[in-house]
Design a protein around this ligand. Structure first.
Ligand code: IVH
Length: 494
C-alpha cells in the first residue's frame, strides 16, 4: 500500500553534543527566527499509519520501507486503543503513531510461550510487530496491544499551525496521545527534559528507547524540509544501551506450572537499568548451546526491553579453564522423574504430572494478584503447606484451619488469622479470576474473562463441548481443546 506522504525515519543524537549540533543546524537554516521544540517519548514499538475518511477508520498500515507499507487494517481493528470513529467527520485524515506492547503484557506473553515451548520474543517491540503481522486477527486481539499517536500525515479539511496544537487536536478527536511531552523554548530545556527521562524511563509501564525532538512550527518544518531519509526538523535522542558485565556463578533449574524446566543463571549482583540484578533467564538448552554459556563465564547482561535480565554473550577469551559446561538434567530436580524434550519443541518437561513443583507453582499462580489475589501466601508458606501435606491443590486452601497455619515457620497469630481472612474473602472473587487462577493451559486473563462472560457459571462451562467454545469470537481451537480436556478429568471437576 503506497503512503500518501512518505513515512520518514529520524536521524540520531547520542548525547548533549549531538543535540546542540542539531539545534545549530536548525538555527542556521532559519536565521534570526524564534524556535520552539516539542519533545516526546520515543515509544519502542512499530510505526503505523491510520486513515480516517469522514471520521471512520478505513485503513491501517505499517511503515514498511517508508514509501509502501503493509495493510494491517483487520488486525488494527482489534486494538481497543484505536477508535473506529473519531469525534469529527473530517473528509480525510491520516494520523501516525506507534503500536506497542506494555512491559507487563510482554512479560506475560513470554511466560506463556516459555511454558508452551514456543519461541520467545526478544523485546516488546518484536512482540508488537509479531502480533500485528498475524494472519489471524484473533491472535492480534489476544495480545493486549496499544497505541500512541504522535503526528498528522496527509489531511483535507483541517488547518493546524503547530505540532503541539496537532497533538491536542488528535486527543480531542479521541485518539490516544502520550501526555508526557513538553514544549521547550530552547535547546537547554530540551536537554534537561531528555536527561530527566534517561533516569526515569524505567518507571514507565512501556519501553521507550529515547525521545524525539521536533520543531513546533509546521511552517518552519516545511521550510527546513527533509533529506532523502529523515526530516531536518526532527531528531531522535537515543539512550545508551543499559548493559553490564558480570560473572555467572551458577545455573539452576526452575520447574514451572506446566512442568517446563527453565535454566536460570545466578549472577554476581550487578546494577542494571535501575535495579540490582542477580539472576538472568537462559530460556532453554538451545540458547545455552548457541551462546556457549558456561558456569564461571564472564557475561554481558542486559534487560530485554528494559525488563527481564538476559545474557547477551559470554567472553570465551577470558576463560581460566575451570568453567563448567551445562546440560539439562535427565531427571527432574524436584521429583526425580524422567525429563523429556518433545519433538519440535525447545522446552524440556518433567513427565510427572503430580510433580510437587507443578502443584506448588499452580498454587502460587492461583493466589497471585490477577487471579484469586490471596495476600500473605508466598512461596515459602506454599512450600511448607505442601511438605506438611496440608495442601496439594488450590481447593485444599479452603479447608485450612488456624491450627494448621500457626504451626508453620514464621507464622504468628496475627498473620495466620489474616491469611484465613484473605482466603475467605477470595470466595467473593469473580468467575473470571477463578478461571484464570485454575491455570488451564492457554487460558490467560483475557480468555478467562471472555469465557466467564459467555458461560456465566462454572457448571455451564464444565458442561460445554468443544463446538460451544469455538463459536465464541477470540476463542480459538487451542483454548477450546484445552478447556474441554481440563474439565474431562474428574479431579479437576471436583
Ligand atoms: S516522529 C518524521 N515521534 O521512531 C518523523 N517517531 O526512527 C517521524 N517513534 O519510525 C517519526 N515514538 O516508529 C516520532 N514520538 C515519536 C515516536 C516516533 C516512536 C518511532 C517511529 C519512527 C522511529 C523513528
Amino acid at each position: 500500500m503506497p503512503h500518501r506522504l512518505p513515512m520518514l525515519s529520524l536521524g540520531n543524537a547520542f548525547g548533549e553534543g549531538d543535540l546542540r549540533d542539531f539545534d545549530r543546524r536548525v538555527r542556521n537554516n532559519l536565521p534570526g527566527e524564534e524556535i520552539e521544540y516539542v519533545v516526546e517519548l520515543k515509544i519502542d514499538g512499530l510505526a503505523i499509519s491510520l486513515w480516517y475518511e469522514n471520521g471512520l477508520f478505513v485503513r491501517g498500515t505499517t511503515r514498511g520501507d517508508g514509501e509502501f507499507g503493509e495493510d494491517i487494517t483487520t488486525n488494527l481493528r482489534t486494538v481497543k486503543a484505536i477508535p473506529l470513529r473519531i469525534a469529527r467527520e473530517i473528509p480525510f485524515l491520516e494520523v501516525r503513531g506507534e503500536a506497542y506492547m506494555s512491559k507487563e503484557a510482554f512479560v506475560k506473553l513470554n511466560q506463556v510461550r516459555e511454558e508452551t515451548g514456543e519461541q520467545l520474543f526478544a523485546n516488546p517491540r518484536n512482540a508488537a510487530a509479531g502480533s500485528l503481522r498475524q494472519l489471524d486477527p484473533k491472535v492480534t486481539a489476544s495480545r493486549n496491544l496499544s497505541v500512541y499517536m504522535y503526528g498528522l500525515g496527509y489531511m483535507e479539511g483541517l488547518s493546524v499551525t503547530g505540532h503541539a496544537q496537532g497533538l491536542a487536536l488528535l486527543k480531542e478527536l479521541g485518539l490516544r496521545v502520550n501526555q508526557q511531552h513538553k514544549v521547550c523554548k530552547d535547546i537547554d530545556e530540551v536537554i534537561e527534559y531528555c536527561q530527566r527521562w534517561q533516569g526515569q524511563r524505567f518507571e514507565l509501564p512501556y519501553a521507550i528507547d529515547g525521545l524525539v525532538i521536533k520543531v513546533n512550527s509546521l511552517d518552519q518544518q516545511q521550510r527546513l524540509g527533509a533529506t532523502i531519509k529523515s526530516p531536518r526538523w526532527a531528531i531522535a535522542f537515543k539512550f545508551p544501551a543499559e548493559q553490564a558485565i558480570t560473572t555467572i556463578k551458577d545455573i539452576i533449574i526452575r520447574v514451572g506450572r506446566t512442568g517446563v524446566l527453565t535454566p536460570t543463571a545466578i549472577l554476581e549482583p550487578v546494577q542494571l537499568a535501575g535495579t540490582t540484578v542477580s539472576k538472568a533467564t537462559l530460556h532453554n538448552q538451545d540458547i545455552i548451546t548457541q551462546k556457549d554459556i558456561r558456569i564461571g563465564d564472564k557475561a554481558l547482561v542486559q534487560k530485554a526491553g528494559d525488563i527481564i535480565p538476559e545474557v547477551v554473550q559470554v567472553f570465551p577469551e577470558q576463560r581460566e579453564g575451570n568453567e563448567v559446561t551445562f546440560s539439562m538434567p535427565e531427571i527432574c530436580p524436584e521429583c526425580a522423574s524422567p525429563v523429556v524434550r518433545e519433538e519440535g519443541q525447545v522446552a524440556h518437561r518433567c513427565t510427572n504430572e503430580y510433580c510437587p513443583a507443578i502443584s506448588r507453582e499452580g498454587i502460587i499462580h492461583f493466589v497471585s494478584r490477577n487471579a484469586m489475589d490471596i495476600v500473605g501466601l508466598g512461596e515459602s508458606i506454599v512450600t511448607q503447606l505442601i511438605r506438611a501435606e496440608l495442601v496439594k491443590d488450590p481447593s485444599d486452601l479452603y479447608h485450612l484451619k488456624y491450627e494448621d497455619l500457626i504451626r508453620l515457620e514464621r507464622m504468628g497469630a496475627r498473620s495466620s488469622q489474616n491469611l484465613l481472612d484473605a482466603i475467605e474473602s477470595s470466595k467473593g472473587n469473580s468467575l473470571a479470576q477463578l478461571l484464570f487462577g485454575l491455570g488451564i493451559r492457554h487460558v490467560g486473563e483475557r480468555a478467562a474473562k471472555i469465557l466467564a462472560q459467555q458461560f456465566g457459571s462454572m457448571q455451564r462451562l464444565m458442561d460445554a463441548e468443544q463446538e460451544d467454545l469455538t463459536i465464541i469470537p477470540e476463542i480459538g481451537p487451542k483454548i477450546a481443546e484445552s478447556v474441554v480436556d481440563y474439565f474431562s478429568r474428574q479431579e479437576n471437576r471436583s
